[in-house]
Write a new protein. Structure first.
Lengths: 325, 427
């Protein structure tokens, strides 16, 4: 009797859990080909709005208060500021030429931008909208990661094949770590202990120890029936508790789920074609992938690591960010 | 001094390696400072990366080319004066940007000879100045004339210009790497697409020069290999007429239809005219309305000036900014060769030719060149595996290998002569 009751209660609890609607968030997706940003409701999983933006929008992020979206309009050589309340473009930032990816400092005051054409990282003060520094890096800077303590910026250069560690106080490179071919993305662990760098052509993720600044582990991927060459890691996201990592695998059409402590791949989640970037919802219940070739995004349930639903957005979806509240 | 310590290390090795290093050392001592460190770098201080960047080691790359102004049927197709060389220059610039972080400096010198001229002296001159890596844009005969000389001196040659299969087959050499694709790779890339389109019946018009016939032969081989059928062939004989005249268009409009009249029913007309005698005139002027492919129409190539896939926009922008024109196939072959040298220097963190060579020949070697996957060498003849672009004058139509053309090692080996068929006996 007692056991049955327990089962009943447990069942009830589960049902309640499933029944309670997850918080609704707005998801912003940059569509590289058709110069728009799609706004998707995370609950209804429908496109609720399409914003016309500058040419070839790629990197996208949002201010901590959720009031402004920052968007790399690569072919316009500018970063656009979009007010989320009105969806109007309210200003631009003086990025260098061809901005592709950027990262916001943890205090929300500084934007670090990778300028692919000029081999520079540009440091932009958001309040004054002015360039504070330019840091020369390797060929084709792309991935940008900032440590949660705000002290260290990591930029990856795609042809030089290095992760450049930059001291955010001095804007000087302190370490250069050689990684595999075409490093695309840098993501710190929440406790500042490691930075994960994906190598698109090399097909690996290098886990770099943030203290020694040396590679402590290299994650490789193997998917039955797929050629090694088609597994091309790009976007990386690590959960807030540091337990798990998600890695977008490009033309392998899958997102790898990795135990962030043992570095073992637990699962490959089939999403859409050519998976580029990833973003969590603020409650960390969902991770969303942009699937460039199939023109959609996929919601993955973090609890079960199942793909829940794909939503068609604009042409060649590239970057994704979720409104913080 | 870095070089001296490498000397000591190398002297402990046995056999030919010692001789090579001695020769290299001697040449390095003789080296004149005529090498330039090329384009596209912004002056920026070396980073404070411990002690690494304090000592600068130099890696000299030579570029040996046969050059004479060339005519083309369309003025748009006249090769730019620096075709190929410009690609190497941009790569040397890229290598130097990376080199700043590792204390490596890459320098570059170009030497030109006339087509079919003796290249030995120019080669010896480059090597005497310390270049252990020579990018060669030469005819097959010229290249073979220096290959053995290069081996004696421990010099690696990167063939960036010659598409001749024989350089990878009966004429293969252990010290010659090929970043240019072969004619069979190009023809196979094209044929796969035509088969994918279900355009299986072809007629072939080829020129009367040797290289036109070699291109035609590659197309015939591709037809047999992938299930195409060449239902008729015709030679367009070069009678030595002027390439372009004021009133030429009127005649061409009448001549080409007549020339292509009477072919059996076909899906595609293939053109093999590397010599630029008639190929450009074929599209839109055929007797029956059919697409044209080969050296005109839909053209297979190592690179396309409009490719923006796989990060291509970045190299295209960088190239255009540095050189002031679009990037062509030979530029890409040369860029890739110079990047291979740079990649080897970065990965080994060394300027020692012996270490660089071992890395390039090693199992872990690969290079990224904006073609969507890593490129590796075929170890049986040192040909770089690579996808083939198919484009018209304006845009990329497709890239091969096509979906469904499978291979047990890598799908890239569905392009060109494969290991079981090779006639290469490495020496």
């Amino acid at each position: 009797m007692l056991r049955r009751l327990t089962v009943l209660i447990a069942g009830f609890a589960t049902a309640a859990c499933i029944g309670s609607p997850a918080s609704a968030y707005l998801v912003y997706v940059s569509n590289e080909r058709d110069n728009t940003v799609s706004v998707v409701d995370s609950t209804s999983m429908e496109v609720v709005r399409t914003i016309d933006v500058g040419q070839r929008p790629r990197g996208i992020t949002i201010s901590h208060d959720g009031k402004f979206l920052y968007l790399c309009a690569s072919d316009d050589d500018t970063i656009q500021i979009i007010e989320t309340a009105t969806y109007q473009i309210v200003g631009t930032l003086p990025s260098g030429p061809d901005p592709e990816l950027f990262v916001l400092s943890p205090d929300g005051k500084t934007l670090y931008v990778a300028n692919e054409d000029d081999n520079l990282v540009t440091v932009i003060d958001l309040e004054s909208r002015s360039v504070r520094a330019e840091v020369p890096v390797g060929v084709e800077p792309e991935g940008m990661g900032v440590s949660p303590d705000g002290k260290t910026l990591v930029n990856t250069s795609e042809t030089t094949n290095m992760a450049h560690f930059i001291d955010t106080a001095t804007h000087e490179i302190t370490h250069n770590v050689l990684v595999d071919s075409r490093p695309r993305f840098a993501e710190f662990k929440p406790d500042n202990s490691e930075v994960w760098v994906s190598s698109e052509i090399g097909g690996t993720v290098s886990v770099i120890d943030n203290r020694s600044r040396e590679i402590k582990h290299k994650i490789t991927f193997e998917i039955p029936g797929l050629r090694e060459e088609s597994i091309q890691p790009v976007g990386v996201r690590i959960t807030a508790d540091g337990a798990r990592a998600y890695v977008a695998l490009g033309p392998a059409n899958r997102v790898a789920v990795i135990d962030a402590k043992t570095y073992q791949v637990e699962k490959y989640v089939l999403v859409g074609q050519r998976v580029w970037q990833l973003a969590f919802t603020p409650d960390q219940k969902m991770v969303i992938s942009t699937n460039g070739v199939s023109n959609d995004i996929t919601f993955i349930d973090v609890a079960t690591n199942e793909a829940i639903q794909s939503v068609t957005v604009g042409a060649l979806p590239w970057g994704v960010v979720v409104h913080p509240n | 001094m870095r070089l001296a310590s490498e000397m000591v290390y190398s002297l402990e090795q046995m056999g030919r390696a010692v001789l090579h290093v001695l020769i290299r050392f001697a040449y390095a001592l003789l080296a004149a400072s005529t090498f330039s460190s090329a384009v596209a770098q912004e002056p920026s201080p070396a980073p404070t990366d411990g002690t690494e960047a304090e000592q600068v080691s130099e890696i000299k790359v030579g570029y040996l080319r046969a050059y004479a102004p060339q005519l083309a049927l369309s003025v748009l197709d006249v090769p730019p004066r620096d075709e190929g060389v410009a690609g190497a220059e941009v790569a040397i610039g890229d290598n130097n940007t990376t080199g700043r972080f590792l204390g490596q400096k890459f320098t570059f010198q170009v030497s030109e000879v006339k087509p079919d001229a003796e290249v030995g002296p120019a080669f010896n001159d480059l090597v005497s100045k310390g270049a252990f890596y020579i990018l060669a844009d030469l005819s097959a005969a010229q290249l073979l004339s220096i290959a053995d000389l290069a081996r004696e001196k421990g010099v690696l040659i990167f063939n960036v210009g010659a598409t001749d299969d024989r350089l990878r087959e009966e004429g293969c050499r252990a010290n010659v790497f090929h970043t240019a694709p072969t004619r069979t790779m190009l023809a196979d890339g094209l044929a796969q697409y035509l088969i994918w389109k279900q355009w299986r019946r072809w007629v072939l018009v080829h020129g009367s020069h040797e290289r036109d016939k070699l291109y035609a032969e590659a197309l015939r081989r591709a037809a047999t290999r992938f299930g195409g059928e060449i239902v008729a062939e015709k030679e367009f004989t070069d009678t030595g007429t002027a390439r372009r005249t004021d009133s030429g268009v009127v005649q061409i409009q009448r001549q080409i239809p007549v020339f292509t009249q009477g072919f059996p029913d076909h899906d595609v007309l293939l053109v093999a005219d590397e010599s630029e005698v008639f190929g450009t005139y074929v599209p839109y002027r055929t007797w029956v309305p059919r697409p044209v492919a080969g050296t005109a129409g839909l053209i297979p190539s190592a690179w396309h000036p409009a490719s923006e896939q796989w990060g291509g926009t970045q190299i295209q922008n960088r190239f255009a900014k540095a050189i002031g024109r679009r990037m062509l196939s030979k530029d890409m072959a040369a860029w890739t060769a110079a990047r291979i040298i740079g990649e080897a220097a970065t990965r080994t963190q060394s300027a020692d030719p012996e270490k660089l060579e071992a890395f390039i020949r090693g199992d872990d070697f690969s290079v990224a060149a904006f073609k969507g996957q890593k490129l590796t060498f075929r170890k049986w003849n040192w040909q770089l595996r690579q996808p083939i672009f198919l484009g018209d004058g304006r845009s990329v139509v497709s890239t091969s290998p096509q979906e469904g053309f499978l291979h047990q090692i890598t799908d890239l080996d569905t392009l060109g002569i494969d290991q079981p068929e090779t006639r290469c006996v490495m020496r």
